[in-house]
Design a protein around this ligand. Structure first.
Ligand code: 5AD
Ligand code: SF4
Length: 489
């Protein structure tokens, strides 16, 4: 990420009459300047400043990518609005389950009729779904009004792609199969002033047999520790007090670096940053979670008391078919080790129901693990077949009705467990980072405890971004109601 003043100083020196620079990020700075000219011109033609609307689907990685895309749009002169009536609508898509794809097609149908009324309207699509060749074929055939399509490897080229889009009437498609390039130092827009996601690695090498991520996000690449630390220091200097380190499998961080460093060592370095108060990370693969990491978490004053540890299934037979590389017993032993070392930690998880060949007996084993581990929250998904993954060609004799019944059975236990786990802290005082005004009641604000549980309490907007001590007065399912004690900072 680059500061505005730094970028302006660079842009001032660029002469658009010169050749387009070949190297990044200079090339993108050139196109940012060029795009500004185009947006100004188009705004004059339209009689108003061009507006843009983004819709993000999927995970934290996509949310982070969208911040980068919005940063570029704002920088080149778009006004960002929250309405699909905008002059430019872009969808940052997800394809981890088919329902995410279906939602995008639904939205495109709507946009088509809007575009008929306003032919200057532009539509751009990016993200994981666009990395699938079958999707591109479908869009070319059935949604030919789309103006720009790009994937997950070239989002840093957004300014260049927008220039191409405004200079052509044809659909611009730029999809890369993979990349070893990591281009940073571009403008980005942060959704919250006091907390931020920070990519520490891209891609995934695990090839869980149901998962499309390794195919659409490419091979694992870690960012250099120096770059990560510099980015966090910069964020902290701008008022950020909480960071979420992002990667598909943070526990394998560092394997692709020239000078090796593992995730636990990286966390030790991040911990040293003055002014940073809270560190979170996402996601941990159980097979790679080291004793060193547990030790670092245990001794840390800043790492939050929360670990998201996807289980996916509690049946060793299914875990093997999923290519998860751990057994039920190994997972349970790991959870036990973590809880023994850090008793106040909250564990959350992801579980898939309906993987090919999964029986009610397998789901019973998953339920057993849920009860034994005692998750504070679990995200449960019905298996979705993803073309091109190994699981897509596995036969599944289990009927949809049985899968639904298994899912409901699991969900009931998940909810009961979460409710009783969350309530355990009632009456205690905990520090809470205030994140926003309460959605339903403006007299309340909403914050997050170190263990990731949400708390609502009476307070003003001036508390947003501060860490305050809150007495947890009442547990209501997945969240608490509380009362403010004295300030911490
Ligand atoms: N079907 C259902 N759920 C899936 N996930 C990943 N791939 C699939 C799929 N094909 C879930 C996993 C993962 C979470 C992000 O999404 O549980 O941890
Ligand atoms: Fe998908 Fe497995 Fe990689 Fe997670 S670790 S992104 S589930 S392949």
């Amino acid at each position: 990420m680059i500061r505005n003043d730094e970028l302006e100083a660079i842009l001032e020196k660029i002469d658009l009459k010169n050749d387009i620079p070949a190297d990044e990020p200079m090339r993108q700075y050139y196109f940012i300047k060029k795009a500004r000219e185009i947006v100004d011109l188009e705004s004059q033609k339209a009689g108003h400043r061009l507006t843009a609307d983004e819709e993000t689907f999927g995970c934290q990685m996509n949310a982070k990518d969208s911040e980068k895309l919005i940063g570029i749009l704002k920088n080149i002169g778009f006004e960002i609005i929250d309405s699909e009536e905008a002059d430019l609508v872009f969808y940052n898509t997800c394809t981890v389950r088919d329902n995410a794809n279906q939602r995008v097609y639904g939205r495109l149908g709507l946009i088509h009729s809007m575009k008929k009324k306003n032919p200057h309207k532009k539509v751009a699509l990016c993200g994981c779904m666009m990395q699938e060749p079958s999707v591109i074929e479908k869009i070319k055939k059935s949604y030919s009004f789309v103006d720009l399509i790009f994937g997950t490897h070239n989002i840093y080229k957004f300014a260049e792609l927008l220039v191409a889009m405004y200079s052509s009437d044809r659909m611009i498609i730029d999809i890369w199969k993979d990349t070893d390039k990591i281009v940073e130092d571009l403008p980005a827009e942060r959704k919250y002033s006091f907390k931020s996601g920070v990519n520490i690695m891209y891609g995934c090498n695990n090839f869980c047999s149901y998962c499309i991520v390794p195919y659409v996000r490419g091979r694992e690449r870690s960012r250099r520790p120096k770059d990560i630390i510099m980015e966090i220091e910069k964020l902290v200097s701008e008022g950020v007090i909480e960071v979420m380190l992002l990667g598909q499998n943070v526990n394998s961080y560092g394997r692709t670096l020239d000078e090796p460093m593992n995730f636990a060592q990286l966390l030790r370095e991040v911990e040293k940053i003055d002014g940073l108060e809270r560190i979170r990370f996402m996601t941990s693969h159980p097979k790679d979670l080291s004793d060193e990491l547990i030790e670092v978490m245990k001794n840390s004053k800043k790492i939050c008391r929360h670990l998201h540890l996807p289980l996916q299934s509690g049946s060793t037979r299914i875990l093997k078919a999923m290519n998860r590389n751990y057994t039920k017993e190994q997972y349970l032993a790991l959870a036990h080790k973590i809880r023994t070392a850090i008793p106040d930690i909250s564990l959350t998880t992801d579980i898939i129901v309906g993987f090919p060949g999964e029986t009610a007996a397998d789901v019973d084993e998953t339920i057993e693990v849920v009860k034994e581990v005692g998750y504070d929250n679990a995200f449960t998904f019905i298996y979705s077949k993803r073309t091109g993954t190994p699981a897509a060609s596995m036969p599944n004799p289990t009927s949809d009705e049985e899968i639904k019944a298994n899912f409901d059975r699991l969900l009931k236990v998940v909810q009961e467990t979460a409710r009783s786990r969350i309530g355990r802290l009632t009456g205690e005082i905990h520090s809470v980072l205030v994140e926003e005004e309460n959605e339903h009641d403006p007299a309340l604000v909403t914050g997050r405890m170190s263990n990731n549980t949400i708390v609502h309490f009476k307070g003003g907007k001036d508390l947003i971004g501060k860490i305050v001590n809150i007495k947890l007065t009442e547990a209501c399912g997945f969240y608490y109601l509380g009362e403010m004690e004295n300030f911490e900072n």
